[in-house]
Design a protein around this ligand. Structure first.
Ligand SMILES: CC(C)(COP(=O)(O)OP(=O)(O)OC[C@H]1O[C@@H](n2cnc3c(N)ncnc32)[C@H](O)[C@@H]1OP(=O)(O)O)[C@@H](O)C(=O)NCCC(=O)NCCS
Length: 177
């Protein structure tokens, strides 16, 4: 990936009007990441439920926040910040529900730009939590590099099938921006 291409990538906060773009990049990155690793019917069911534009629009209207990475206005990655659904969550925590970038753009710093945007959005919270599939070594490598540490495990439902996740947390400076 050349610097000239990367200079054309914009990271911006998304709103309800972007639900279609978020849905598209959610499906594309989820399939690319997990096809062959998660049962196909579970993958499709998860995408149909959790990446539907209406579902995402309602999340954003309910207080979740999302950021899109776009190359010439085409979505190539996103991050989604929500109220925590993790058992390990304490008052003051917030969850990085998703951070996904198309594989052509891995290792380019775009994921770090999305995480920086989400960290700024998490300002005022105590910890940023997330769950990640326990064999997703690249993602765990990224999170570890970014200051996350394991605080537990959980089982995660993808389209009706349970998978093992590790739960990671990053302490937040309440003044972090
Ligand atoms: C997770 C994700 C956003 C991280 O972005 P990225 O651009 O790939 O991250 P980086 O390249 O900056 O960092 C990944 C690190 O893991 C390392 N890594 C790569 N493969 C690895 C492996 N098999 N085992 C351990 N570490 C690995 C890389 O070397 C890199 O560390 P380095 O910069 O010190 O060399 C991106 O990989 C992605 O979108 N993956 C698919 C979706 C996904 O899994 N999302 C997370 C779901 S919870």
């Amino acid at each position: 990936m050349t610097d000239a291409v990367l200079e054309r990538v914009l990271v911006r906060e998304a709103d309800g009007a972007d639900a279609g773009h978020l849905s598209l990049v959610s499906d594309a990155t989820f399939l690319e990441t997990f096809a062959g690793m998660i049962a196909g019917d579970a993958l499709v069911t998860h995408c149909q439920k959790r990446h539907a534009p209406d579902y995402l629009r309602q999340l954003l209207e309910g207080g979740a926040r999302a950021w899109l990475a776009e190359l010439d206005a085409a979505p190539i990655g996103y991050a989604l910040l929500t109220a925590p659904e993790l058992d390990a969550a304490r008052e003051g925590d917030v969850e990085l529900k998703k951070i996904y970038v198309l594989s052509r753009f891995h290792g380019t710093g775009i994921a770090a730009r999305l995480l920086d945007a989400a960290l700024a959005g998490a300002k005022g919270h105590t910890r940023l939590l997330l769950g990640v599939k326990d064999d997703n070594h690249r993602a765990i490598g990224f999170y570890t590099k970014q200051g996350f540490r394991q605080i537990g495990t959980r089982r995660f439902d993808v389209g009706g099938t349970l998978y093992d996740d590790v739960v990671l947390a990053r302490e937040l400076d309440r003044t972090e921006s």
